[in-house]
Write a protein that binds this ligand. Structure first.
Ligand SMILES: [Fe+2]
Ligand SMILES: [Fe+2]
Length: 342
């Protein structure tokens, strides 16, 4: 069954039940029970409009982040210091394209149109992660992105493997496996540089200093200012709050930094025995707001590149559309020849 048919089917059910008066309430009760039993909602199931809309927005933003996220590291593919590093980086950036595609497909199962989502991105009506609006100044940035940014992605996404929407949860399982490879390649790159010259060690420390705070901001605003959290957690499309995930990331990263031999740029960062977690300083939330609102160091550049890639790819979409139409006409012709009984 196509997505459209599934959707119509679900709508038909909904209308049918709604006409019977208590139908809508019964569907909502069934939905609530499915969620509270930790079971999955699938594309053909009835779901509240708010759930569908919020999920489309969340999955689309995630997909856009994967695609825009190819840019900061992609800039280093031609400048990688060895063939081995080039091959690794190529594979990593290509994985991110794949993640974007799985996620756009997951959004399509909710009735979203991929071309429409792309339009929303390039017109600036939908967001992507703030982190990709920072520049990659030297090759150590590639390592630090793998360690911090893919590490933060893992903190965010591993819980989503248990999210309530089936296609999203299943996409997340594969994505997380690849993210964990990304994190390790970043850390291994940094380990290699730390065993190198003093200049290389300084490059690593410089990249750590620049990426630490933007990485903490990736988890979003503090819980006290996060508007969607309560409803999204009730729907189980968000399983932990921004502050919980940020804390988890800090606790995970501190021992890795010690092993690597770099200093995380926060004088307040220390273990708190009572809480059983590390204490750390408050990120500059005004910077996060500025970057989200479009005024980060690379926002304009990232959007211009994405728009250009979309325009340059127009002929591929046209060719694929023409080929699909030709195939469909060919199939229809074959069916006519075979006759109604065939
Ligand atoms: Fe990814
Ligand atoms: Fe990744």
């Amino acid at each position: 069954m196509s997505n459209v048919e599934v959707e119509n089917d679900a709508q038909h059910h909904a209308q049918h039940h709604a006409q019977s008066g208590t139908g809508e309430r019964r569907l909502q009760a069934h939905f609530d029970r499915t969620i509270s039993h930790n079971q999955r909602i699938e594309p053909r199931d009835w779901m509240p409009e708010g759930y569908r809309k919020t999920l489309i927005r969340q999955i689309a933003q995630h997909a856009h982040s994967e695609i825009i996220g190819m840019q900061p590291e992609g800039e280093w593919i031609t400048r990688a210091p060895s063939l081995r590093r080039k091959a690794i980086l190529f594979a990593k950036v290509q994985d991110e394209a794949g993640h974007g595609l799985y996620l756009y497909s997951a959004a399509e199962t909710l009735g979203a149109d991929r071309a429409d989502l792309t339009e929303r991105l390039i017109e600036g009506r939908q967001k992507y992660s703030s982190i990709f609006n920072y520049p990659t100044l030297n090759f150590a940035d590639v390592g630090v992105i793998g360690w911090f940014v893919d590490g933060a992605a893992i903190c965010n996404q591993v819980p989503l493997c248990r999210s309530s929407y089936g296609p999203y949860a299943r996409a997340m399982v594969r994505i997380c496996k690849e993210e964990s490879f990304h994190q390790r390649q970043g850390y291994e790159l940094l380990m290699t540089m730390m065993r190198g010259t003093e200049a290389q060690r300084q490059m690593v420390q410089d990249a750590v200093d620049r990426w630490w705070w933007p990485s903490l901001m990736m988890f979003g605003p503090p819980d006290s200012e996060s508007s969607h959290t309560v409803q999204s957690m009730a729907w189980r499309i968000k399983l932990h709050t921004n502050d919980e995930l940020r804390q988890r990331f800090v606790d995970m990263t501190v021992p890795q930094a010690e092993k690597l031999g770099v200093v995380l740029p926060d004088p307040q960062l220390r273990w708190n025995n009572e809480r059983g977690h590390h204490d750390f300083s408050t990120p500059d939330w005004s910077e996060l707001k500025r970057v989200i609102d479009g005024d980060g160091p690379c926002n304009a550049q990232r959007m211009a590149r994405r728009r250009a890639a979309h325009e340059e790819g127009a002929w591929v979409r046209e060719a694929a559309g023409a080929y699909a139409a030709k195939q469909a006409a060919h199939e229809a012709g074959k069916k006519r020849q075979e006759g109604p009984a065939g």
